[in-house]
Design a protein around this ligand. Structure first.
Ligand code: HPA
Length: 303
């Protein structure tokens, strides 16, 4: 069975299992929860829970703090599919495996995805616990999940799944604006940042952080970028939300640890849940009006 067929099989399985969580409308919005942010899934009502272990071909998270289940239900009265926990390259998964869940989201009909993560803050002035909307990213993983033959059957939105496509606005301005509005209604300002992804699993050295700052990064982490690339390949709108769980290496007083990252994530969970509850209906409203014009990648020419 090839990769596309595996994705289709996983999606068909999930479609049947989660159908009861949204009888009236299809699920159009996906959410991926990063380290320490898993409890946001508790805000989902009428939830149908499917452990990753039950889903054919689905990779299993081996990281503490990544639960490993799909929670499908309603958030702010809008159907959502939440992935509570993700898998990473540093766990030993291949790029295709790391992005398998995002492919399944595409096959399920997801049109906008909110990718959350825990990140180290590089920009001066970031505080631990701050949420930052990604305006752009730098792929420092050393690989791209789209390497290999292009699979045109991943065109789940019109005109998508091109060999070459535009990444000028990888993170949707519309979704960022929705997120800023929702944050301001929640009483805080949402800044924008640039996320640099490393393969991990070691944290960075202070010299690396200085170099990354010079490259224009304001946040550093070990996820999200492969998912964003694959989501854009399928024509899915992306919102990236980082939770600054620590100041990046050399910028704070303490040594970095997974426990610190995890604990800081836990402290933001409630704020993130409240933000998402306000944000999801705004995103959904835009999806309806955009149905006729579909945002899509524009370029299939080799530059
Ligand atoms: N570096 C890389 N990944 C991270 C960090 C960090 O400082 N914090 C949370 N995830």
């Amino acid at each position: 069975m090839n990769y596309f067929e595996q994705v289709s099989k996983a999606a068909a399985f999930l479609r049947t299992r989660i159908a009861a969580s949204s009888a009236a409308q299809p699920h159009r919005i996906g959410i991926v929860l990063g380290s320490g942010l898993g409890a946001v899934a508790d805000a989902v009502t009428d939830a149908v829970i499917v452990p990753y272990a039950d889903i054919p071909h689905f990779p299993q998270s081996t990281v503490e703090g990544h639960t490993g289940r799909i929670v499908a239900g309603q958030l702010g009265c809008v159907p959502v599919i939440v992935m509570q926990g993700r898998v990473h390259f540093y766990e030993g998964y291949t790029p295709a495996e790391v992005t398998f869940p995002m492919r399944v989201m595409g096959a399920l009909g997801i049109r906008a995805v909110i990718l959350t993560n825990a990140a180290g803050g590089i920009e001066e002035g970031y505080r631990v616990g701050q949420l930052v909307a990604l305006a752009d990213h730098i792929n420092f993983m050393g690989w791209n999940p789209l390497t290999g033959p292009n699979e045109p059957r991943f065109s789940f939105t019109p005109g998508a799944a091109l060999r070459f496509f535009d990444m000028t606005e990888a993170y949707s301005k519309r979704l960022r604006d929705c997120a800023k509005e929702a944050a301001s209604a929640e009483g805080f300002a949402l800044k924008e940042g640039v996320y640099l992804a490393t393969p991990g699993p070691s944290f960075e050295t202070p010299a690396e952080i200085r170099a990354f700052r010079g490259l224009g990064a304001t946040l550093v982490g070990m996820s999200t970028v492969p998912e964003t690339i694959v989501a854009r390949h399928m024509g899915i709108e992306v919102l990236g939300l980082s939770c600054v769980t620590n100041l990046a290496a050399g910028l704070g007083k303490t040594q970095l640890s997974h426990e610190e990252v995890f604990e800081a994530g836990r402290q933001v969970e409630n704020r993130l849940a409240a933000l998402l509850k306000r944000l999801v209906p705004k995103i959904a409203a835009g999806l309806k009006t955009e149905a006729a014009t579909e945002s899509r990648p524009k370029v299939d020419r080799k530059p």
